[in-house]
Write a protein that binds this ligand. Structure first.
Ligand SMILES: [Zn+2]
Length: 217
């Protein structure tokens, strides 16, 4: 059974009371994709990561929802891009979270994952152009994250490898084969060995589709 832990709090933007539902456990994971999207038996755990305030439409990860915000956040929510997204038919709320996180200046990696997740839900609805647009936005943010990591002293850490691997996956999904191969060659670590082999095989066949990780079956 999918279990929630409920927390009563106040929206940090409009101060309305909100009940946050935080996922405690799922019915177990059944598989994961090459980009680490997980599938559970019950409710989709990824959709449950975020919540929107019914009064002001502030949208954030449940874990970050109650934290105080700077004036940059209500400014962002008053902007045309945020309001247009609210009115549009949405495949998910992750693009809204991406705008909030950009206003909070939380860095490229967190933005990258918002756009990656946005691409999953656009893809689920068969909205190919939207899926591709979000993959491009994820790519841009992962590249920013990688160039930031190159300047840091911890350049060889596992976070950097993971970002490089994600860039390989996204370039494959966008049919940018040579770039995908170049990123994969940078991921020579035991942790990613099976995934890297699967990726090289898919690139060889020019397969740009979302794929399950074989090791997840
Ligand atoms: Zn609110």
């Amino acid at each position: 059974m999918t279990l929630f832990h409920e927390t009563q709090g106040r929206c940090p933007v409009c101060f309305s009371s909100v009940i946050l539902k935080k996922l405690r456990s799922t019915e177990g994971y059944v598989a994961f994709d090459l980009d680490y999207r997980v599938y559970a038996r019950g409710a989709d755990p990824v959709r449950l990561l975020i919540q929107r305030c019914d009064s002001c439409q502030y949208t954030e990860y449940v874990t970050d929802f109650l934290k105080d915000v700077s004036p940059a956040v209500p400014d962002c929510m008053a902007r045309n891009d945020y309001r247009a997204l609210l009115k549009a038919s949405r495949s998910s709320d992750f693009p809204l979270v991406a705008l909030i996180k950009a206003a909070k200046d939380e860095g490229p990696e967190r933005l990258a994952y918002c756009y990656l997740r946005a691409s999953w839900f656009a893809g689920d609805l068969g909205r190919a152009a939207e899926e591709e647009q979000y993959l491009h936005q994820a790519r841009e943010q992962f590249q920013r994250a990688l160039s930031g990591a190159a300047d840091s002293v911890n350049a060889a850490d596992s976070g950097r490898l993971r970002t490089t691997y994600m860039l390989a996956e996204i370039h494959r999904r966008l049919s940018l084969w040579e770039e995908a191969r170049a990123y994969l060659r940078e991921v020579d670590s035991l942790e990613f060995a099976v995934l890297v082999r699967d990726q090289f095989n898919l690139i060889q066949r020019k397969d740009a589709l979302r794929r399950r990780a074989k090791s997840s079956r």
